[in-house]
Design a protein around this ligand. Structure first.
Ligand SMILES: Cc1cc2nc3c(=O)[nH]c(=O)nc-3n(C[C@H](O)[C@H](O)[C@H](O)COP(=O)(O)OP(=O)(O)OC[C@H]3O[C@@H](n4cnc5c(N)ncnc54)[C@H](O)[C@@H]3O)c2cc1C
Length: 646
């Protein structure tokens, strides 16, 4: 049994799994220690991946060679591209997943990844062998650099060593579950919490906070009258997450269902308010405003007579349904009574009631952009412990922490994504620059370069980076290059193909588009909103020589629907794309002006007091980073620019 590794990852949730697989694939010897190996990548809450902005994150993880997209595709039971009626920047893939299969596929991935070792146990202590001043005094038991700078002790008394540690403990640190006035220690329903570990980090000097989140009841499908509910099907022509040809879109989909609460349901729920840990002061942690419990919704929207609920299947081999929109920590009898007043749920049985959970997190301003902690070099934090919520946000951080932990051990340059390169860049920059005051989830509105950061082009943005790091293998790289060349060739073709006025006369009129008065190139016509390349490609080619040429080109080069859509988006949004690129380029210059580590901001008397305090606390590494810190004004940035000779 090997006791010494390059990297130890604590926790096999969404963050830990991506971190461990990435670092191991890159060549580090990795040990993943987790409390229960039968619960790897468990979906603690809804059985779905993606959604608005989160879907873009999954595409980015996939584009860089991460695993979440592939596993999602292989466990999808319903797929929808959200926001198709809005602009392309808003299109967001979302998949309902078979929860059990999702976890089983992750377990299989972990077990088949070379260099990756697994150990089921509870980590109870972390020994740090290198102190923050850089001298080589080692904690008890850690005697030489060769043996590793960290010691990870488990409840079974095993002590592992490593040169880097990634902590991804999710909602388990000091986890406390609430259902009405009942409280039970736990990291998730039915699982014990991680006790005492938080204090080890406090002793090391870390700041700690408390947050809360909640989950709804799970229903027994055999007791639901689906005939009384409206049905929501997946896309007729489903797509998928992974850019890799290893996965295919789902072929057999399961429906979701929609139910509605009523005034009577609300009345019943209100009878439990006095026992609600949210309202009687029992819960002190801050919860996510945008994902409120049903009791919160009744208070905030007191005048609403009804709230919509979505019944989402948890898998193919189970009758369990997740009741999206009904998150609650009211007493279980109150939840039960209220549910039985909902049309279609009159005879419902619960598999489990909704609950809230409070847990410890570490304010993420204590991290560098690599997710390495500032206090302890070689120690990384990723996932929910950084104050985020969501599987996708956790997985993205895990991937970045795993990559950075590996490359730091090789002495290579940190791998950081900019805000104009990826939602993952926005996520991490927001966390380390602004911190969090409630569980952080990604929204498209958090990104200033939305039109650059689309789900369709995540591979163009990030696969070359994944290749450079070493996570994108030859097969996937070859496939990417072929796709890129097909997209480029279609773009040039559309740019050079002439359309005569008579070619599209009827089509343009039928689409309320002004007829052409002279010959034009096809990309001119496609810049009109009402004209679609996909549509034109689907018209009968015999109609005109122009349509024949288009159809022949697409068939000859094997161009896919997704590739046609991508070309179309780039043509339609050309102006916006160029503008965002220009703004981003201007701001890069600020990123290039570095601030030396340990710089004394208090020595610059021309900075405002607030800026001096914030800069000293958050210690930005570049002027670009400083410019995004709330409370640091453009005038303060000018002071820094002048000081650093720019
Ligand atoms: C009740 C509840 C409701 C939620 N609601 C939502 C929601 O509505 N929307 C949403 O987007 N997200 C929600 N989430 C959050 C979502 O589940 C998490 O964001 C996501 O799972 C975080 O991933 P993670 O990898 O950081 O941690 P987790 O998935 O929590 O995984 C942590 C892992 O670490 C292991 N671990 C912890 N401590 C130790 C230790 N000391 N030793 C060994 N192993 C350890 C655990 O066993 C677990 O495997 C909810 C979570 C819970 C619990």
């Amino acid at each position: 049994m090997q006791l010494t590794y390059d990297i130890i990852v604590i926790g096999a949730g969404h963050a830990g799994c991506e971190a461990a697989v990435a670092a191991a694939r890159l060549g580090s010897q990795v040990l993943l220690v987790t409390m229960d190996l039968s619960k790897v990548a468990a979906m603690s809450c809804n059985p779905a991946v993606g959604g608005v902005a989160k879907g873009q994150i999954v595409r980015e993880i996939d584009a860089m060679g991460g695993q979440m997209g592939i596993i999602t595709d292989r466990s999808t039971i319903q797929f929808r591209m959200l926001n198709r009626s809005k602009g392309a920047a808003m299109w967001s893939p979302r998949a309902q997943c078979d929860k059990t299969q999702f976890s089983a596929l992750w377990r299989h991935t972990l077990e088949t990844t070379p260099n990756l070792f697994l150990w089921q146990d509870n980590v109870v202590d972390l020994l740090v062998g290198r102190n923050t001043d850089g001298d080589s005094s080692y904690a008890a038991g850690l005697t030489s650099e060769k043996e590793g700078s960290f010691g990870v002790k488990t409840a079974l008394g095993v002590e592992f060593r490593a040169r880097a540690v990634i902590l991804t403990a999710g909602t388990f640190l000091g986890g406390l579950i609430h259902v009405g006035r009942s409280q039970v220690e736990g990291g998730r329903a039915g699982e014990s919490s991680s006790k005492g570990l938080t204090n080890k980090f406090v002793d090391l000097g870390f700041e700690v906070g408390r947050m809360k989140t909640g989950t709804p009841a799970r229903l027994d499908g055999r007791t639901i009258n689906f005939d009384k509910l409206s049905r929501q099907d997946g896309d007729a022509d489903p797509s998928k997450f992974s850019f890799s040809p290893q996965t295919q879109p789902v072929t057999e989909q399961l429906p979701c269902f929609i139910a509605n609460t009523s005034l009577a349901v609300h009345e019943t729920l209100r009878t439990g308010f006095a026992d609600s840990p949210l309202f009687n002061g029992t819960i002190r942690g801050v919860g996510p405003r945008y994902c409120p419990s049903i009791e919160d919704k009744l208070r905030t929207f007191a005048d609403k007579d009804s709230h919509q609920l979505f019944l989402e299947p948890e898998g193919i081999t189970t009758t369990e349904y997740y009741l999206n929109g009904f998150s609650s920590s009211l007493p279980w009898r109150v939840q039960m009574a209220a549910l039985s007043q909902i049309e279609g749920l009159e005879n419902v049985h619960l598999f489990r009631p909704g609950y809230a959970i409070e847990y410890d997190y570490f304010p993420p301003t204590q991290l560098l952009h690599t997710l390495e902690t500032r206090l302890v070099p070689g120690l990384y934090f990723a996932g929910q412990i950084n104050g985020t919520t969501g599987y996708e946000e956790a997985a993205a951080q895990g991937l970045m922490a795993g990559i950075n932990a590996h490359i730091a051990l090789q002495g290579d340059k940190p791998f950081v994504l900019r805000r104009d390169e990826a939602y993952i860049g926005v996520l991490i920059d927001d966390l380390v620059t602004k911190g969090v005051d409630e569980p952080y989830r990604m929204f498209t509105s958090r990104a200033e370069y939305r039109i650059l950061l689309r789900q369709d082009n995540a591979d163009l943005r990030l696969t070359p980076k994944g290749r450079e790091i070493g996570l994108v293998d030859d097969k996937r790289w070859g496939f990417f290059e072929q796709k890129k060349s097909r997209v480029e060739s279609l773009k040039s073709f559309v740019h050079s193909l002439s359309v005569a006025p008579e070619d599209l006369q009827d089509y343009l009129i039928s689409h309320n588009s002004t007829p052409l008065t002279q010959g034009r190139k096809l990309d001119f016509v496609l810049s009109r909103n009402e004209i679609s390349l996909l549509d034109l490609a689907g018209l009968s080619p015999e109609d005109t020589p122009f349509l024949t040429a288009l159809a022949e080109f697409i068939a000859k080069h094997g161009i896919t629907t997704e590739e046609i859509e991508q070309v179309e988006i780039e043509i339609k949004y050309r102006g916006y794309i160029e503008r965002e690129k220009l703004i981003a380029e201007k701001l890069h210059r600020l990123e290039e002006v570095t601030i030396p580590d340990g710089f004394d901001f208090t020595s610059l008397s021309s900075l405002t007091t607030e800026a001096r305090q914030k800069l000293s606390r958050l210690r930005p590494t570049t002027i670009g980073h400083a410019s995004r810190i709330p409370g640091v004004s453009p005038a303060d940035i000018n002071v820094l620019l002048v000081y650093f000779g720019r």
